[in-house]
Design a protein around this ligand. Sequence first.
Ligand SMILES: [Ca+2]
Length: 224
Amino acid sequence: MFNKIKRAAAILCAALLTAATALTVTAADMGEGKVSTTLPEGFDKTAAVIEGESYTEGNGDNVQTVKAADGSEIKYVYLKASSNDQPAVAKYTFSVDKHGKYSFAFALRTKSGSSYRDGKVVVDGSSSFYVARTDSTANNTIEYVVGYNAVELKPGEHTIELYLGDDFDDSTVKSIHLDKILVKLDAEIKAEAAAAPATADGTALAALACAAAAAVIVAAKKRA
Ligand SMILES: [Ca+2]
């Protein structure tokens, strides 16, 4: 029941943001994410980047690449509803060196005309939340969905898994195209958001990927 309520909140949040972009619904308000086409405030510097296609375990259908409108390539993992009972999942390992609350932002490839889709995120096998977005009108760009901002992590190794929403079935196209997961300590997000207005754009992501993460190290494991 609780998850159903959380899912409803995520759907409402995404719908409201689509209907009126001036309306601000924050992750803190909803306990869920909001959708943006630019890097979320506070994530534009020194967030750790987990590439969606570099999952350490899982049964993601495959790794795909598309060319974005600006000529760059988007490489992502394609999760789709399975024809058997095996849930589609991609799992990642990362570690942090500071104790605190962390937020996650999910960079999803857009596909015009695609249906509503959501994903269930599980951190360390227990904490979970949904990321959700509505239909997309854009094609081959990136939308960011900011995750629940109250995942407390202790120093050491952690896991994050992305599943399709658990009400997915095979009646329509149901899938997620995950490009990246950004991980950042909440205190650092707040400090950066307060220090400077967000100026992030697509080019900022390349710089971000090269930046030294202050508190998060993404595991260097390769997929088998
Ligand atoms: Ca990627």
